[in-house]
Design a protein around this ligand. Structure first.
Ligand code: GNR
Ligand code: NI
Length: 173
């Protein structure tokens, strides 16, 4: 089932998400819905909070169009190490449609998480995957990529988004 993706500024996107206690059928249903919603968007990652569920749950798939799909389900992810070396990617977010900005983050990270089957796993990520994981883990803590921009830029962006939501297309003075 497709779920509705919340967009900024929505106060839910700023809440801290709670860990899951168990991986049950409801969790799996939600993760399946999240993956379907992410593919349909289309996007390469989605956190549960983006569909209004305040749980520490992420789906990711960075495979390209032609390639075999490679979905990753990350439950209660915990970044246990981040490299000193950084990298810059142009990021977008399904909760801030149409906005893209270059963001600098640690180039590599090591992650502990629980997988779709409830098993504890560890993953070392680099490149786009590392960036995507960090972008998604930020969502679980109420952080959006625009938070890394200057206050001036961020304020401008939020003002525009508020106007868009109110349906104001032009402001004439
Ligand atoms: O689809 C997405 N693309 C993307 C590109 C660069 C860095 C991060 C991302 S994640 C984003 C989907 C999304 O909003 N996930 O929360
Ligand atoms: Ni996002």
């Amino acid at each position: 089932m497709l779920r509705k993706i919340l967009t900024e500024p929505d106060p839910i996107l700023r809440k801290k998400c709670e860990p899951l206690e168990k991986v049950d059928i409801d969790t799996k249903n939600l993760m399946d819905d999240m993956l379907e919603t992410m593919y349909a968007a289309p996007g390469i990652g989605l956190a549960a909070v983006q569909v209004g569920i305040l749980k520490r749950l992420i789906v990711i798939d960075i495979s390209k169009g032609e390639e075999q799909k490679k979905p990753l389900f990350l439950i209660n992810p915990k970044i246990i190490n981040q490299s000193k070396k950084t990298s810059v990617y142009e990021e977008g977010c399904l909760s801030i449609p149409g906005l893209f900005a270059e963001i600098e983050r640690p180039a590599e990270c090591i992650l502990k998480y629980i997988d779709y089957h409830g098993k504890e796993k560890e993953l070392k990520a680099e490149g786009l995957l590392a960036t995507c994981i960090q972008h998604e883990v930020d969502h679980l803590n109420g952080v959006l990529f625009i938070d890394y921009l200057s206050k001036l830029k961020k304020d401008m962006i939020i003002k525009k988004l508020v106007k868009q939501k109110k349906g104001i297309e032009r402001v004439i003075v």
